[in-house]
Design a protein around this ligand. Structure first.
Ligand code: GSH
Length: 99
């Protein structure tokens, strides 16, 4: 298992002094969604790590079944539209592989 893989449906990359990170974790806690929080505070290269993983440099960065969905605002938008539950259950649809 690498640092970008988790058995839980959601992974949240965070740092300690990050209000958006706390907001994201609170939302997931309130919804009872199981997640792994990865604290990048002590990683000097964490911005570069995030850019390589998600294309974004802010925290939190949130992955659902390994797919980056964005930060807290995007998580909240998915929750408000009702999409979050579906993504947790079904994952992000992938194009079918060629037969
Ligand atoms: N729109 C983002 C905002 C995230 C954000 O601004 N995070 C702060 C820490 S709480 C950050 O990474 N700031 C550094 C920067 O903007 O480069 C979200 O909803 O997650």
């Amino acid at each position: 298992m690498t640092e970008t893989q988790s058995k839980k449906p959601v992974t949240v990359y965070t740092t300690v002094f990050c209000s958006y990170c706390h907001g994201a974790k609170r939302l997931l806690d309130e919804k009872g969604i199981d997640y792994e929080a990865v604290d990048l505070t002590k990683r000097s290269d964490f911005r570069e790590f995030l850019v390589n993983l998600t294309g974004q440099r802010t925290v939190p960065q949130i992955l659902i079944h390994g797919e980056p969905i964005g930060g807290f605002n995007e998580l909240r938008a998915l929750e408000q539209s009702g999409e979050l539950d579906r993504l947790i259950e079904e994952g992000i649809e992938e194009a079918p592989a060629d037969a």
